[in-house]
Design a protein around this ligand. Sequence first.
Ligand code: DX5
Ligand code: ZN
Length: 219
Amino acid sequence: MDKLIIAPSVLAADFANLQKETMMLNASKAEWIHIDVMDGVFVPNISFGFPVLQAIKKHTSKFLDVHLMIEKPERFLKQFADSGANMITVHLEACPHIHRTIQEIKDLGCLAGIAINPGTPVSLLKDVINDIDLVLIMSVNPGFGGQKFISHAVNKVREAKSMIQLTGRSIYLEVDGGVALNNAESLIEAGANVLVAGSFVFSSANPQETISQLLHLAD
Ligand code: DX5
Ligand code: ZN
């Protein structure tokens, strides 16, 4: 699984033109669409929930990568699965019974991911790495788009990559927050194979071209 995947985050899209934005992504080289759900408790911001996910699902067959920045995500897993999620990623910091949560995601027929905040060490993934499909290294403190990339994330990606290699399994290694052309190359070199990009894609003059540029870094 060395192919690079770009996952544009619709948090940075024009919500009043969500259908148009989704169609734009459909015609782009992005394989995944990243969906940021925030509850105003786990993170200091509220984004959107099921109706928006359902609306996007209606207009795309792309893989929907749902990033739950919410407390007690186990309360809502079925609704996210029913709303069209393909991957459900929960925060390690938000889940006291993480194995149960992961199992519930899988039982719903979705892939299961775990995200860790910039202040959470990669080593805490050791006892769950064999049970998950994706590791998400946050390169900003979650809650907002357009924040500055925390460069220590590159070291964490490298560490997570070694941990993944030891499992002998294919596990996606995703990075989220402040990703742009000036840091993407070092992330790929460190082992990341899914790059989330919100503002860098949507505030560029030509988002499709920007997605292609990110993708070509892996050539
Ligand atoms: C941050 C979200 C990110 C965000 C990325 O809390 O999880 O997915 O949308 O946005 P940029 O790429 O603008 O940092
Ligand atoms: Zn995200």
